[in-house]
Design a protein. Structure first.
Ligand code: PEP
Ligand code: MG
Length: 601
């Protein structure tokens, strides 16, 4: 059987499936008979409440005092667990209607939701999300469904999951994860980004994967075409094994040249840099010819831990990175937490539109202590090798940039008065990720030392496509004429003000997109380490004069599909081998996937 999704990390994986049971909670439905059974069911329910309370208590302990409002959310959930409408009602349902604990809880939750929703009090109504969160916790405990932990996997498998969060993804045991298949996600969701940087073939947006695939099934995952074959025939296995060899030998071949400079055939140099989430990736950056770190996504260091790291711990991380890469430059981005990037010490906020919510620089402004702790660590780390650049993510306009810089100046003054050294000339840049930032790029350029275009978010916000939503993934078009114009406008505004403009979204690591970016005169491209050899190879085979011509031509095309077709022809000409091995980039465009018919769970 063949299933189709979106190829989000290239390569072929062949192996046994491991289905991650998570997401849907099974609600057992039965009645309890006899006094003894009823008493036992009540005790089971009360135990589950106690456990949920202590889980919430444990999370609360890991949250530092500056997050008082988040502690409050957890306290509200604790109160809900003991609220009459949940606690007493559920016990009543068990005793009087002889329902099992899960059914009783489900019934009382439904009633509580209706009750809260009908009240004329905005605050109480806004607590429905907390009722759901608290209820889900108890439901999961009653179902005996702990979050299945990925570190229990003991053999080499293809992971099949409804969803993997970015923090799951960084906990993957690389040597045991042959491939990944998920039902949700987009090409630039952070789970896809991590799969690419770990070089694990992945297919996302595979409708019903966890229902149709069973643990132990043999799977072939083609991360380039987005095809997943369940229990393939011998002929199919032989075909994919051959493709696997072709891809690996091509990548090996070009990787041998990865240390050569990224210079076009007519002598134009482009800085080719790497995006990293964790320090451990530096080896891959070096092996693949990365010249610098164009984006350090610092939030990942904050994500997989029980509590918020202190200044000293963060400082050591940045100092190590700076020393490992010196004298090459290291661009540290301030915290971009929120939306899909969550941590256990930072509870999930119930936001209807998290991508438009309290995330990134806004979250940092909301918690100045958190932000200042990070700024202190970055500044202190900048003292030694003086190769650190700092950049602010998701800046929407000049006011926000000034506010962030003001905090930086305050921290600099504090350090100076304490006699702690830092690099006074540390460049401070801005990520251009929002249409509003593009519109005022000329103003931002006057107050920034460099720009870095984050196309993952720029595409999300300019086309209005949630980057991690599989239902609209087919509309996530990097080559949309509006996106291309935004990139060009940003480069021109930056250059007019005399500052360098780089690009660190996933477009930078996609060979098909690189000729346009070169033609737009982007100064640096920063990408996942695995893409470095392919992009450097492409640059070395290109003529800048052709790229400029191509860029002028594509700006006159009116749809992403037209641009895509034109670029495919170009790549076929410049790099026939690359095209033969990886094929056309069809997973970007085409029909709305069938997945549109299913609902998100
Ligand atoms: C981007 O948005 O393009 C970017 C590089 O940042 P992130 O993917 O971490 O949001
Ligand atoms: Mg971004």
């Amino acid at each position: 059987m063949i299933m189709n999704g979106i190829g989000s990390s290239p390569g072929i994986a062949i192996g046994k499936a491991f289905v991650v049971e998570r997401g849907r909670i099974q609600i057992a439905q039965y009645n309890v008979f006899g006094e003894e059974a009823v008493a036992a069911e009540c005790a089971r329910f009360q135990d589950a409440i106690l456990r949920a309370e202590s889980e919430l208590e444990a999370i609360k302990k890991t949250i530092r005092s500056e997050f008082r409002d988040l502690v409050h959310i957890l306290e509200v959930q604790q109160m809900i667990l003991r609220d009459r409408s949940i606690y007493d009602e559920s016990l009543d349902y068990i005793r009087k209607e002889r329902l099992n604990a899960q059914l009783a809880l489900q019934k009382s939750l439904t009633k509580a939701r209706e009750l809260f929703g009908a009240l004329n009090d905005e605050y109480v109504r806004s607590r429905i999300a907390d009722v759901d969160a608290a209820g889900e916790r108890v439901m999961r405990i009653l179902a005996g469904q702990e979050y299945s932990s990925l570190d229990t996997i003991r053999e080499r498998v293809v992971l099949v999951a409804h969803e993997l969060s970015p923090s799951d993804a960084i906990q993957l045991q690389i040597e045991r994860t042959l491939g990944i298949v998920t039902e949700v996600g987009g090409r630039t969701s952070h789970t896809s980004i991590i799969a690419r940087s770990l070089n694990i073939p992945a297919v996302i947006a595979v409708e019903n994967a966890t229902r149709l695939i069973s643990s132990g099934d043999i799977l072939v995952v083609d991360g380039t075409t987005g095809r997943v074959t369940i229990n393939p025939s011998e002929k199919e296995i032989a075909f994919y094994a051959e493709r696997q060899i072709q891809i690996e030998s091509y990548v090996k071949e070009i990787s041998r040249q990865a240390h050569l400079p990224a210079r076009t055939r007519d002598g134009y140099s482009v800085a080719v840099e790497a995006n990293v989430e964790l320090l451990e990736e530096i080896v891959a950056v070096r092996d693949n010819g990365g010249e610098a770190i164009g984006l350090y996504r610092t939030e990942f260091f904050f994500m997989n831990r029980a509590d918020m790291p202190d200044e000293e711990t963060i400082f050591r991380d940045y100092r190590d990175l700076s020393e490992l890469m010196a004298p090459s430059c290291v661009t540290i981005r301030t915290l971009d937490l929120g939306a899909e990037k969550l941590s256990s010490w930072y509870p999930r906020l119930e936001e209807v539109n998290p991508a438009l919510g309290l995330r990134s620089i806004r979250l940092c402004m909301h918690y100045p202590e958190l932000f200042k702790t990070q700024l202190r660590a970055i500044l202190r780390a900048s003292a030694a090798a003086r190769n650190i650049r700092l950049m602010f993510p998701l800046v929407s306009g000049i006011g926000e940039l000034r506010q962030a810089k003001q905090m930086l100046y305050e921290v600099r003054d504090e350090l100076a008065s304490e006699g702690i050294p830092f690099d006074e000339a540390m460049p401070v840049g801005v990520m251009i990720e929002m249409p509003s930032a593009v519109a005022v790029a000329d103003m931002l350029a006057r107050e920034a030392d460099f720009f870095s275009i984050g196309t993952n978010d720029l595409i999300q916000y300019s086309i209005g496509i949630d980057r991690s939503n599989e239902h609209v993934a087919y509309l996530f078009e990097p080559l949309h004429p509006a996106v291309l114009r935004f990139i060009k406008q940003t480069v021109d505004a930056g250059h007019k003000a005399g500052i360098p403009v780089g690009l660190c979204g996933e477009m930078a690591g996609e060979p098909l997109h690189v000729p346009i970016l070169l033609g737009f005169q982007v100064d640096s491209l920063s990408m996942n380490p695995q893409s470095l050899p392919r992009v450097k190879n492409l640059i070395r085979q290109s003529f800048m004069k052709d790229c400029r011509k191509l860029a002028r031509k594509v700006l006159r095309l009116s749809t992403a599909q037209e641009v895509n077709r034109f670029l495919e022809k170009t790549i076929k000409k410049i790099l026939p081998e690359e095209f033969r091995v990886f094929g056309p980039n069809s997973s970007y465009y085409g029909e709305a996937p069938k997945v549109l018919r299913s609902s998100r769970k």
